[in-house]
Design a protein around this ligand. Sequence first.
Ligand code: IPM
Ligand code: MG
Length: 356
Amino acid sequence: MNYNITLIPGDGIGPEVVAGAVKVLDKVAAKFGHEFSLTEKLAGGIAIDATGVPLPQDTIDAAKAADAVLLGAVGGPKWDDQPGSNRPEMAILGLRKELGLYANLRPAILFDELKDACPLKPEIIVGGLDILVVRELTGGIYFGEKGTKTVDGEEVAYDVEQYSVSEIERIARVAFEMAQKRSKKVTSVDKANVLESSRLWRRTVERIAKDYPDVTLDHLYIDNAAMQLVRAPKQFDVILTSNIFGDILSDEASQITGSIGMLPSSSLSDGGFGLYEPIHGSAPDIAGTDKANPIATIMSLSMLLRYSLSLAAEADAIDQAVETFLKDGYRTVDIAEDGKKVVGTKEAGDIIANYL
Ligand code: IPM
Ligand code: MG
């Protein structure tokens, strides 16, 4: 089969980790007899430097025309002085909105091989961790009305948290459907004791839950959820939450699985189209030093094949290659341990690709 993938390497370590994923994709193509047409496009700081804007129309058009998008990372101190509307991060927000990517899936899995990298006490994580954060991605405070004004002679800034019933319904359905394929439990996280938008969220999630009687639903306030995630993370299967709460909880969930360098994500619209990216960001401090961990991007590629191209066997083969890499004692700097073989970004990509 022939598939079109738009690659957006972006800034910082983005190009390095995407290069690792491309090596893996080449092997998948050879092994399974597929052809992947890759088109590379600009977004983020590199796009600001080249075109003046973080998300050129040409990148949006290419992404829309593709079967899926693989993104590295955007941002860096070089562009910190850009006005809010022209920051590199606007490329990601713009892509999410333009492509209708409302469902963000962020799996946080503690690999058996990396148990020692988990900062929690061993008794808290007996049997491992496998949490899926389902984050609403195109609504809420990220996209609500925002602005600045003068009140009583003083500068005031505001960002409005707002959700419609249909926005909540569709993300809730994604969470319940995911839970049906897993341990059949959804924890919806909100701040319904304070926020009106959270009360609508909770009512709507409860109503949608009736269509999924095989799934258990419970609710936690965001402050409590943040605490429970480190106190007793094994109570979680699928965490369903809003854009801003999901941003925060997914970073926390990533840390308890050892390294943010390991975690992939997918951002999906209806119909299987998606954008896939590691959750770690551009890490400008280590860019160009061959220290980045390409595994999160390689696992994002695996999700791309599984969810957007329906290539499950190919995705399984990639997951297997990553596990073998770890089992054979290879580590990148972020997950280095005594007695293990520490390799750079390039070598890690080569080794994982060769396992295919
Ligand atoms: C993420 C990131 C983004 C977000 C930034 C880069 C805009 O933190 O994907 O979690 O806040 O959504
Ligand atoms: Mg984030």
